[in-house]
Each structure stands twice: as structure tokens, then as C-alpha cells.
Design a protein around this ligand. Sequence first.
Ligand code: PEP
Ligand code: MG
Length: 576
Amino acid sequence: MQVFKGIKIVNGIGIGKIKIYKVPVYEINEALVSDQEAELARFEAAKTKVQEQQSALAEKERKDGREETAGIFDAHAMMLEEDDVIDEACKELLSEGHTAEYAVNKGCEAAEEVFKNMEDPYFQARSADVVDLKNSMLDVLFGNDTESLQGTEPAILVAEDMAPSETVKLDKSLLLGLVTRLGSSNSHTAILARSMNLPTLIQCQDISDDWDGKFAILDGYNSCIYIEPEQEIIDKLTAKQKEDREKEAKLQELKGKPSVTKDGQKVRLYANIGGPKDINAVIENDAEGVGLFRSEFVYLNSKTDPSEDEQFAAYKKVLEALAPRLVIIRTCDIGADKTIDYMKLDKEDNPALGFRAVRICLSRPDFFKRQLRALLRASAFGNLGIMFPMIISKWEVQECKKILNECKEELTREGVAIGKYEIGIMIETPAAALCADDLAEEVDFFSLGTNDLTQYTCAIDRQSANLERFADTHHPAVLRLIRETVEAGHRHNTWVGICGELGADPTLTETFLSMGVDELSVNPKSILPLRGNVRNVDLSGLKKNNNPEPKKESEVKAEAKTEAKPAKGFWGRLFS
Ligand code: PEP
Ligand code: MG
């Protein structure tokens, strides 16, 4: 038996075989080959596999009642048929002695041009599908598709590091645990692991290819992984896993119970999600709404820029399934660690301080408008909140709202129904927190993004594996900015939530409630434990000492903004 240490992201026990996840190097060989038959066979096999994948996707979409998207995948499968444009272009290159990878890359580029130059806009739009098919075939040829990388059996995945774009593609039903050599506790991959409640260890320096296929136990509680553990450890940790499952079952008793403190203060407990696949988790964990739908995962899950219709389908599905709950959809927050090839963004020295989120959207209005139109169309199917990320200035909010209004006018002219919606912004920069009074005049709600707020306030790169020791998630500067934002919001009748990871920190529940936070949006698995915490809090002592006026539940703001209200909060305790 061997034991290796790391830093745990999620408590819990994962038991099973190890699968080493290794992305192959992606280099296209330009040299000619002598065995043309073999390359043709590789090309045909890749094509058939991608056709099967596309047909399976079509079938799944059809089963879920999404006929429109099913049609897209059917069309993809057809575009790869014998003698069609792609097949012909690739085969010509293969007959010249090129490798299958080269033929797919160059052949698809040629086919893309053919579609782009067609008169009919429908066929022009098919060029994006060719790019998608090219990427899928290259993935298969390089062994870079999820099935080859992850395997087909349940396993503890061990990797150097995982990008959010890789993590979202994993088959969750096969994941028993995740171990990486790199990584940081506030990265998006860590956030995804928490949302899956997946036992996860980062910064495990000793990972090794030799582990592949070996039996192991990941012990999140003790931040370690046992390779080929002794029977005594197996028995102990299997019992602990069983106990965890029983505890989880007990939490179910909190379903349907109000999220209210002993002294009667209510707070809304919402879920953070990444797309329609998380709808069940919202319902199963009894979330009262969605406080953060990270729409960029709709983009990360797609090989090409998702069309207005594709986005509309995703937003509508979530809104419809969760109505009448409020669903806050954050506009695309691409950049920093969430990179997308098709966006063709320049490499930057400091991407976290760079061209990201609303900065991209305001610089690429056509891209932004596609999303806003999709959101407005979806608003007719539920209770929508639209939230803009990475705001630092009032003019940015005003410009976002102006473009949103242009989209609204366009759609109204087109006769499209638009429902009611709220507008909010993320407070995730010190600039926004310090100007919250000004910003509150523009919006219905604030949502504190404590992951970035901590990064920018403390000058701690949330991606850096070397800074764990310095990263103080309870730093007084961050807590002070949170309190000031809540107070500024309430002065303007703007309700304030927290959607960063700090919202789920059980040691801060009482502090946040005493500040008057209206909503906590956390990964779905944290909803019921958090409800348990809230129901155990009693703020009556604090209220007596610090502020005689109990905070009333802040309802979703429907009425127009009225005159300023006095600040609330019980900060003295924290800094006395
Ligand atoms: C945050 O910054 O706290 C947040 C919720 O957004 P993200 O983690 O996606 O950057
Ligand atoms: Mg953020």
C-alpha cells in the first residue's frame, strides 16, 4: 500500500480503479506516407465513429423532446456521407499520400470555404458545422475524445491538471474521484468538482502513470489517496462512505422546509448551475431558484459559437423546467481560465486582468446581441434575471442595458413575445464593491462573486497552485467589501446575494445573515446542508446588541425604487 497527500477540494470517499487522463499532443504530421490504404482506413474509421456519435446525440435530443437540436446532429451525420463535400475534399488529399489528420484538417478547411461561398444563407451557415465535424474527427484521430481519454468504466481520474473545458465534457456517471498534480482551490475546475460533490484532491505531487488501472481509495477527509490499500483501510473507508450516504439521506428531511433562522429571518437559497443538465440537481436539492447560471458553459460545451437558436433552446429549457423559480442567467463570462478556441482571443500576459466577460461582449456587439436576443426570447417561458459579469463602472452597465433595449425593440418589431425580467450585475471587483451605491441605481440586484472579489482584493491569482498558503478566503478586506455592498444595495432597494464559493462556507452563514444578505447561491449539493445551518442560527442576541430592527425578508423587487433606506448589518461582532 502507498499513501500520497494532496489538498482536498471536496470531502468524501472515492473507491475504485484509477484511470490516467492524458491529453495526447496535437501535432499534424505534414510528411507524405507510403501506406495510403492504412490512412484511408483510419479516415473511414474516424468518420464512422463521428457519424455514430452524432446519431447518438440526435437520438438523445429526440428522446428529451428537442426535435430542433436533434435535426442539427442528424444533419452532421449526413454531411459526412460518402461522396459529400467533406468526404470528397479529404479523399483527394489522402490519394496524394497525406496522413488522415492532415487530410481532415485541410480537407475540412476547403469544404468550409465551399459552404462559406454559397449564395444561400442556410448553406453558408453550414460552414460552422464543418468546423465542428473537423474538430470531432481530429479528436478521434488523436485519441482526444472523451471516451478514449476517460475510458468507459467508473474510475478515479488522475491528471496533470484539468481545464474547465475538459471537466465539463467528462461523463459524470463514470467519475468516482479526481486527483490532479496542479490546480487551485478556487479554479473553475474545483468549482465544478464541488458542484458534482466529487471527492477531489489537487496538488498531489506524486501522481504517476504507474497508477493506471490500480485499485485505490481517495480519502477527501484526510486529503490523501491510497494506492492498493490494505484490507483494514478498505473496511474503514467503505464504512465511512456508507455513513456519508446515510447522512445525505437524512438531509432529505430538510426538503420543503423554509430557510429561516430561529428568530425568523429568511434567506433565499439558490443554486449555481452550468446548463440544462443541472435542472434535476436544482429540483432534487430543493433549491428555491438559480442564482447563477454560468452561461459560458453553453459556449464551452460547443465546438463552434452557439447560434441564437441553440442558446435560446438551452435558456428556455431551464426557465421552463424551473418556473416559477427565479433563474439568473449570467451573460457570457469567457476569458481567464475559461478559454474557447473559436473565440480566437489573443494570448495575454495577465488574462485574469484582461479581455474577458463583459469587456468582450461590449467589444463584440454582434456576439453579445445573439445572447441577449436568446435571453429575451427565453424570458417568456419563466422568471428570468439577466446578470452582467466583471463590471467595474456605471457606464458599462448602462451600455449593456442600452444594447439589451435595442434587442428588445428588434424582437418586438419581429412580433416575438418577451416576458418580465430583472437586471443585475456581479460585484466581483473591488471597484464595483466600492462604487456599489452608484451601480445600485442601475439594477434590481447585486450578486457578490466572492471568487473573483477575493482574487482582485487580495491580489491572489485564483489559478495559482503556489498561493494556497496566502489565499485567505475570510480576509477582513473581502468581508468588509461584502458588508458595504449589502448596505449600499439596501440603501437603493437593490437586493443582494452571494454566488461565489464563500456563500456555501458553513462557518460564514451566521455572518452573512447578520449582514442582511438576501440570497445565497451555492452548488446544488450544498443547499440542504446550508438550510440546516440557517435553521440553527439565532440572531436575536446580535440584533439586541447591535441593531434593534430585525431585517425583513427582501422580496424579489417588483416595485419601483423608492427613497433610500438606512443601512443594516451587525458588523461590530466580526471586528470587535
Ligand atoms: C465569482 O467570481 O465568485 C463567480 C461566481 O464567478 P466565477 O467563479 O464564474 O468567476
Ligand atoms: Mg467571477
